[in-house]
Design a protein around this ligand. Structure first.
Ligand code: HEM
Length: 179
C-alpha cells in the first residue's frame, strides 16, 4: 500500500484525536516500517489494518466507521493534490465512473506498484451501481470517498452498501441522487 495512505491516515488521527493517540497506536501496532512513512514509499497493507485496529480499540469506535471517516478525509487530500481529476468532470456520477478507466489508470502511471481496487459502474436512471472488488477489503474507504464525492458536486444522495459474498472483497454500492 502506498505511503500516501499511511501519511494521510496518521494526519487524520492527529487532527481528530491528537498527536498522543497517533503515537500510541504506532507503539501498539506491529509495524515492520517502524511507523515511519514517506508518501511515495510502499508498505505492507497489514500495517494499515494494525493501525486501524488499534485506533478502533482506543476510541471504542468500529473500524468500519473509522475507515469510512478516513475516506471522507482522503477525498480532500486528493482534491488538493490532484485537482485536474475533479475539474474535468461535470457531476458526481461522471467522476465516480471515471475512477476505473481514467483516475486509477493515471495513479498507476504515477505509482506503478499501487494496489488498486476494481470498480464496475452502471447507471440506472437516477442511480449509479458500483461494484467494488479488492482483496484488501477496503470498501468502507470507498464508501467515505463516494459520500464526499456526492457532497462536493452538490448532490443530495443516499448510498446503500450490500455485500456480495461473505468476505468483503466484493461489495455493491447503489448511489441514488435525489433530483
Ligand atoms: C482523484 C481521485 C483519486 C485518486 C488520486 C486516487 C488514488 C488512489 C491511491 C494513490 C490509492 C492507494 C493505492 C495503494 O496504496 O497501493 C488508492 C486506493 C484506493 N482508491 Fe483511489 N483515488 C481516487 C479516487 C477514488 C475514489 C473516488 C474512490 C471510491 C469510489 C477510490 C477508491 C479507492 C479505494 C477503496 C482504495 C484502497 C485500495 C483497495 O481497496 O484495494 N479512489 N486510490
Amino acid at each position: 500500500m502506498k505511503g500516501i495512505v499511511f501519511t494521510e491516515f496518521l494526519e487524520m488521527v492527529e487532527q481528530k484525536f491528537g498527536l498522543a493517540l497517533a503515537d500510541q497506536i504506532i507503539q501498539e501496532s506491529h509495524l515492520p516500517s517502524g511507523g515511519v512513512y514517506t508518501s511515495i514509499g510502499t508498505y505492507d497493507h497489514a500495517e494499515i489494518v494494525e493501525l486501524l485496529t488499534h485506533l478502533s480499540q482506543n476510541t471504542a469506535t468500529d473500524a468500519s466507521v473509522l475507515l469510512k471517516e478516513f475516506g471522507r478525509y482522503l477525498f480532500d487530500t486528493f482534491l488538493d493534490k490532484f485537482p485536474g481529476f475533479f475539474t474535468s468532470c461535470a457531476d458526481g456520477f461522471e467522476f465516480l465512473e471515471s475512477i476505473e478507466n481514467h483516475i486509477h489508470v493515471e495513479v498507476l502511471k504515477l505509482y506503478p506498484d499501487a494496489d488498486l481496487p476494481r470498480f464496475d459502474a452502471e447507471r440506472d436512471g437516477n442511480s449509479l451501481k458500483m461494484i467494488y472488488q479488492s482483496s484488501r477489503k477496503m470498501s468502507d474507504l470507498a464508501w467515505g470517498l463516494m459520500e464526499r464525492t456526492m457532497d462536493y458536486y452538490g448532490h443530495t444522495a443516499s448510498i446503500q452498501k450490500e455485500s456480495m459474498g461473505e468476505d468483503g472483497e466484493k461489495v455493491l454500492f447503489t448511489i441514488s441522487v435525489v433530483p
